[in-house]
Ligand binder design. Structure first.
Ligand code: DQA
Length: 139
């Protein structure tokens, strides 16, 4: 089973960015925990602050990997291009958000990713990535 986690803008700052919303742990640290927990999974991680690079990564992995876990961060709420890419690829995409976006500002209530996603997980903190991996394992 080959899965990739794709994280969008500002998620490279996890651990220092608004810790009251996103927690104190860096993603690199959490990713090591996931690799330890899911040894049977070939798990990769990619982060970019650049919209086009995220689209390129979806296209690159979206015809050969078993699953994509995408937290497009702020681009979730703005990017028609990312939404189109999610619909264009064959690999199922699970959308993840760390925070409970529905209890936050109204501009975070719209997602261009959700219409093409297999499912959406939000509000569980970093554990959402763990749950997304499990959703592929129980297919
Ligand atoms: C986020 C929620 C987005 O609204 C925000 O722009 C982010 C992170 C989350 O994981 O909770 O950067 O995707």
């Amino acid at each position: 089973m080959k899965l990739i986690i794709i994280n969008g803008p500002n998620l490279n700052l996890l651990g220092k960015r608004e810790p009251e919303v996103y927690g104190n742990q860096t993603f690199e640290d959490y990713f090591s925990e996931l690799q330890f927990r899911f040894k049977e999974v070939q798990l990769e991680y990619f982060q970019s602050n650049i919209e086009g690079e995220l689209i390129d990564k979806l296209q690159e992995t979206g015809f050969s990997y078993d699953g994509i876990i995408l937290n497009a961060a702020a681009y979730t709420h703005t990017s028609v291009g990312l939404g189109d890419a999610v619909k264009a690829v064959d690999t199922p995409v699970v959308e993840v958000h760390i925070s409970n976006v529905s209890e936050r500002e109204s501009y975070r209530h719209t997602s261009y990713i959700s219409p093409g996603a297999r499912g959406v997980i939000f509000g569980f903190g970093l554990k959402g990535y763990d749950l997304a991996i499990r959703s592929f394992l129980t297919d």
